[in-house]
Design a protein around this ligand. Structure first.
Ligand SMILES: Nc1ncnc2c1ncn2[C@@H]1O[C@H](COP(=O)(O)OP(=O)(O)O)[C@@H](O)[C@H]1O
Ligand SMILES: [Mg+2]
Length: 1178
């Protein structure tokens, strides 16, 4: 069987996390099998697109584009091809990049949650930690497709979810702040992208083995420095120039001679000064802030800005030509740049208009001063400026690197955000280099996802039908090959033979190409240049200034002048060691980029790669604008179709035998701690233990291949469960050891809160504090409502009083930041109509809890006051523990204590709902005769009568009894069952809206099928279903004490309120008979023996019932022949008080079978429920 996303979730609901729908403050938990996310509502229930294109029914470029389009129009920008993420630029802010999503994607398997870049980031982070392997993500796509934005999302996610600490925080700040800094100096508005990166970067975030970022490193590539002096139409120079003009203080502007951008030739050339949606002044502040985060002193920041200003002023120097020699048009323009560069104005003029050459004549070396013509002077000026700019840019990158350097050899996550493939009207040397690097990246993609993957199947002997694809290696060779020489070699050759500024060199280059690569099918010459058939399309390059840009040398005498600057920062930018008459040729730009590209490939190949393929949907930069042709073209050249084909036929996961065996050894007794037999047999043992479909994996010559990611997740989940189980065993031992002292301390602190102020309950049990009495961890409905990081500190089912003093059950969850009241709600409409969902009824930030009010009597009522909002009146059985935890949290997080009032008559505001809401109610306490409160209401007053308890000055004993915590919690949970007899003061049976119901509104039956889910209590471990080979890891849990006299037929599990309405207090005058206080119901007819805790609400409160103890030797009760009997196939520990505990082989009397899968049996004098699939009829 092939697993598809929905199948897997259905097969294993425990995997699902449940999505959350926001609906007027009510958070509805979705069944994980039918998750619909707020940005993913599937209109009209029809399935419109697939989120993994491996599932497309037709694999054509049109079908892929169509799928992407449908999703794009619904604001779903992410789609998978297996592990590859395709991201379409939405050109608008989408709402799914918040804290909630960060929580949601942490640790979530890819198929559980909608496609998202956070999922890729999370996978990288987790894989890095699991395998201790460095990871990298290659983000590719055209200019403006969304690469840089994607890179930032990844950096944000990874820094957000990784550990803390001061140094770690500093590293995180540097990593995040490097973005605005590098963008200010390296990005510019182009026609294709308002914030186009004009350099490439590879950023590595280095982590400790525990996953904390300890350092980082940025490598930058190919800054498009020609932008400093020449702009295309409609474009801008680097952002920093405009930021300086717009954002600097007047002092700084005066010092640097800065005015408006139109004053500077380097900025006015294109006439574009503003960018839509960008505030240069504001960004300037960001840039300064980022510089400070990098540890740049104020003086250094000023030095950098001086260079920026100097470049602008240099650009304003113009020349006139006389007798073929250039002179400065207006010497006034020399003063400011000379001052800013720390050199003499005359020297500046001299170096702009003449050049010193070393010339050899008759064996002698001679220095010759040569005057420059106008064109050469302009060239010298521009070369000077771009030299300064690129050195300053390198300095900034170096500073960032120094700020986050670490010498430890660490694992890393690398993010490659390199300028995308570019085709302009006129393409020059820069585009040629950029497109060459993109060609190399495509090569890696092909190499790893298409070529080597297929080759591996072949070499491993896996059954495989080859898939055709275009391998762009031929294009890479055409550009970079050394033998036979490719275009870059030919260009270097041409440069080596040309003199300083030689005319005709470019033409020379073109001719050489024609003769050497002219026959290459990917090369085509034309009048002024040549066309290359790139993987992404044909691009025509003009050869003009190819040679000059390739040589990329700053004249020696300019370097000398800079080395003589009075400004030490300028001098530090020119550390060059100049060798007069040296024969070694300086490295050309082409060689540099070729070397860098190949080094990059080597670095990337050492990591586990991930891919994000960015798609640009239009050229208008508008949301919801879909250019079909443009997208189809990208789909085609990105090789998405081939990618899908290979993925569809291929295997999601592969591992060498030994690694697989090592990782999953824990899954079976036979393989733990090591497998000594044939590796392939060991793999089969493991796979059988999880019932893996044999079609889901193949064993190759040295590796095992797993087909679908879901199957891998299944293995991972099983493994985690095993670890979790052992962790619990260890944790339990530790807890036991350390808890006693902590309990004592906590109890003293807790009783301090109430001592002298409130009477203690007469039947108060001197019990331990436990915290979670609900087992939140095992309630997916509740956990999905609470952010993962929001740790649950206290959880208990409580009674809430509404404005008519009706009592309703609520799960009170106190986390480190919130207090939640969770209830149940029946879905009224839609396909899930009738289903019961957990909903947040009230969510209060802890900081908003202003105080709490209690009476001085022994009751459990607590009024929670909320700042600027109505109060909540609750009856909280473990109020002392609750108040202590709440108080501790307030102290820890908000540095204040919880004010407590103790008064016997208080008013409270009720929630305003619609017409009849609002107003205040009063609660009044008076002396009664019972230890349990008796409630009665009249008008808007609730009267509570209760006997006096233990003196308020008494404290609980120091000796703590330890009731079996499972019983405690079970009782808490059983208190939700309306059929339980209640001994508490209550006017009516509790409202039913807390009772689980099945979709048709009938009482909720126990789930059928495999074993029931264990409750979330210490010491209980998940029990494998009988089909999984029986229990292997049984934790040493204490047996719960059951009541021998307890006997209840299954029907007793039905809610006691067949109408389903919440009968409760009704206020007189509301058309119903006046209410009278009802006495607590009589004790059960079969009373509990004194040494047993009873079942139901009041059990723990009974002072005459000492704590639970195990019955001594249960009577052996042999069933009589002739009575239907069952034999236990597996042992089972009761997880609730009305269940039976039995061991494998035990024989029991079958009292009643039930369709729900829970049969009633009698065993050792007790009757209770047993999971039918653990039993065999005899
Ligand atoms: N996920 C996204 N959400 C919103 N806007 C986006 C997103 N991705 C890209 N953009 C928009 O597109 C512009 C160009 O994206 P960018 O990442 O700079 O492209 P690239 O780096 O590929 O050239 C961004 O400035 C932003 O306005
Ligand atoms: Mg970019």
């Amino acid at each position: 069987m092939r697993f598809f996303k929905r199948d897997v979730a259905a097969a294993n609901p425990a995997h699902g996390k449940g999505g959350v729908n926001h609906n007027n403050n009510v958070h509805i938990i979705e069944d994980p099998r039918k998750q619909v996310y707020h940005w993913q509502s599937e209109g009209g229930g029809k399935k419109s697109s697939v989120d993994d294109m491996v599932l497309l029914s037709k694999i054509t470029e049109s079908a892929i584009a169509e799928n992407l389009k449908k999703r794009f129009m619904e604001d779903k920008i992410y789609t998978y091809i297996g592990p590859v993420l395709v991201a379409v630029n939405p050109f608008k802010q989408l709402p799914y990049f918040g804290e909630r999503e960060i929580e949601m994607y942490q640790g979530a398997a890819q198929y559980e949650v909608p496609p998202h870049i956070y999922s890729i980031a999370d996978t990288m982070y987790r894989n890095m930690l699991i395998d201790s392997d460095s990871q990298c993500v290659i983000i590719s796509g055209e200019s403006g497709a969304g690469k840089t934005v994607s890179a930032k999302f990844i950096m944000n996610y990874v820094t957000r979810i990784s550990g803390g600490g001061q140094r770690v925080q500093q590293v995180k700040d540097i990593i995040l702040e490097s973005n605005p800094l590098l963008e200010a100096f390296g990005n510019a508005k182009t026609t294709r992208n308002n914030n186009s990166s004009r350099f490439g970067k590879y950023i590595e975030i280095q982590f400790s083995s525990g996953g904390e970022p300890l350092g980082g490193k940025i490598s930058n590539f190919l800054l498009e420095k020609s932008r400093v002096h020449s702009l295309n139409e409609g474009e801008r120079n680097f952002h920093i120039f405009y930021q300086l003009c717009a954002g600097a203080t007047s002092d700084v502007k005066n010092n640097l001679g800065i005015s408006t951008p139109d004053y500077f030739s380097y900025l006015s050339e294109s006439g574009v000064y503003k960018v839509d949606g960008t505030n240069d002044a504001h960004e300037f502040q960001e840039t300064l802030r980022a510089m400070s985060v990098m540890g740049m002193a104020e003086q250094t920041q000023m030095d950098i800005l001086s260079v920026v200003a100097a470049i602008l002023h240099m650009g304003n120097i113009s020349f006139v030509e006389q007798n073929n020699a250039a002179t400065i048009a207006d010497n006034a323009y020399l003063e400011f740049p000379a001052y800013l560069l720390g050199i003499d104005a005359q020297k500046l003029a001299q170096k702009l208009t003449s050049r010193v050459f070393d010339s050899k004549w008759g064996g002698k070396s001679e220095r010759v001063d040569v005057t420059l013509n106008l064109e050469q002077a302009q060239f010298a000026r521009d070369a000077w400026c771009k030299g300064l700019y690129s050195r300053m840019f390198d300095y900034i990158v170096e500073t960032i690197n120094k700020a986050m350097v670490t010498d430890a050899n660490l694992i890393s996550i690398g993010i490659l955000d390199i300028y995308g493939f570019e085709i302009f009207g006129r393409n020059g040397f820069e585009q040629f280099c950029i497109n060459y690097v993109n060609e190399k990246l495509q090569q890696i993609f092909i190499e790893l996802t298409l070529k080597s993957e297929q080759e591996e199947y072949k070499s491993e002997g896996i059954q495989w039908k080859p898939i055709e694809f275009f391998n762009n290696k031929v294009v890479c060779d055409l550009i970079e090959s050394k033998r036979p020489p490719g275009i870059m070699c030919i260009l270097d050759d041409t440069c080596a033979t040309m003199s300083a500024v030689s005319e005709g060199a470019d033409e020379d280059f073109r001719n050489k190409m024609s003769s050497q690569v002219g026959s290459n099918p990917h090369y085509q010459p034309f009048n002024h240049g040549f066309t290359i058939k790139h993987y992404a399309g044909n691009v025509s390059y003009h050869v003009e200034s190819f040679c000059e840009k390739n040589r990329d040398v700053l004249f020696t005498d300019i370097i000398e002048v800079m080395q003589g600057s009075t400004n030490s920062f300028i001098r530090s930018l020119f550390p060059d060691v100049l060798q007069k008459g040296s024969k070694t040729r300086p490295t050309t730009a082409g060689t540099k980029i070729r070397t860098q590209a190949n080094e990059l490939v080597t670095t990337l190949m050492k990591c586990i790669p991930h891919y994000i393929r960015c798609i640009k949907p239009n050229e208008t930069k508008k949301p919801h604008d879909w250019d079909e042709q443009m997208v189809k073209h990208q789909v085609e050249y990105l090789g998405l179709k081939e990618n899908i084909k290979v993925k569809r036929a291929g295997f999601a996961y592969r591992r060498p035998y030994h690694k697989f065996l090592h990782r999953y050894a824990i899954l079976t007794k036979e393989t733990w701690p090591a497998w000594y037999g044939e590796p392939t047999e060991g793999i089969h043992v493991i796979m059988r233990s999880v019932n893996m479909d044999p079609a889901q994996y193949q064993i190759g010559r040295s590796k095992i291949f797993v087909k679908d990611p879901e199957s891998l997740y299944m293995l991972e989940e099983s493994r985690e469960r095993k670890f979790d189980h052992y962790a619990r065993v260890i944790q339990k031992a530790f807890k036991k050891y350390f808890s006693k002292q902590r309990y004592l301390k906590e109890k003293v602190a807790a009783s301090d809160l109430l001592v002298n102020r409130k009477e203690r309950r007469r039947n108060s049990l001197n019990r331990n504090f436990y915290g979670d009495y609900i087992g939140v961890e095992y309630k997916p409905g509740i956990t999905a409502l609470i952010p993962r990081r929001d740790k649950v500190e206290f959880a208990l089912t409580v009674d809430k009083f509404d404005r008519r003093f009706r009592r309703t059950k609520r799960d009170l969850i106190l986390t480190k930041s919130h207090l939640y009241l969770i209830g149940r709600m029946q879905v009224k409409k839609g396909p899930e109509k009738g289903q019961i969902k957990d909903v947040i009824k009230r969510q209060i930030k802890l900081e908003d809890i202003s105080q709490a009010t209690l009476s001085t009597y022994q009751d459990d009522l607590v009024l929670i006051h909320v700042r600027n909002d109505y109060e909540s009146l609750l009856e909280i059985r473990f109020k002392t523990e609750f108040l202590m935890v709440l108080n501790n949290k307030l102290k820890e997080r908000h540095k204040r204590e919880l004010p407590l009032n103790f008064i016997n008559s208080f008013d409270f505001r009720v929630k305003k709902t619609g017409w009849g809401g609002g107003g205040t109610r009063r609660v009044r306490f008076t002396d009664g005769t019972t230890d349990e409160p008796l409630f009665s209401s009249s008008g808007s007053t609730l009267s509570v009568k209760i006997a006096h308890g233990l003196s308020s000055t008494s404290r609980p004993g120091i000796h703590v009894i330890t009731p079996d915590i499972r019983i405690l919690a079970n009782e808490m949970r059983s208190s939700k069952r309306p059929s339980q007899p209640s001994s508490r003061g209550r006017l009516h049976p509790p409202s039913q809206n807390h009772t689980n119901k099945s979709p048709n509104g009938s009482p909720h039956a126990r789930p059928s099928g495999p074993a029931p889910k264990p409750p979330g209590l210490i010491g209980l471990s998940p029990r494998p279903p009988p089909g999984a080979g029986g229990p292997q890891f049984r934790p040493p849990v204490a047996q719960p004490v059951t009541n021998p006299g307890f006997s209840r037929p299954p029907v007793a599990r039905m809610p006691a309120n067949p109408t389903g309405g919440p009968p409760a207090f009704r206020l007189p005058g509301m058309g119903s008979p006046p209410i009278q206080a009802v006495q607590p119901p009589p004790p059960p007819s079969d009373p509990c023996p004194v040494n047993q805790p009873s079942i139901g609400n009041g059990s723990l409160r009974s002072a005459n019932r000492p704590p639970a103890s195990l019955p001594t030797k249960p009577p052996i009760n042999r069933p009589k022949p002739g009575v239907p009997q069952v034999r236990a196939l597996y042992g089972y520990d009761a997880s609730d008080v009305d269940e039976l505990t039995f061991s494998e082989g035990d024989i029991m009397v079958l009292v009643q079978e039930d369709k729900s899968g829970w049969w009633t049996c009698r065993f050792r004098g007790q009757e209770g429920f047993c999971p039918a699939n653990y039993l065999e009829k005899m």
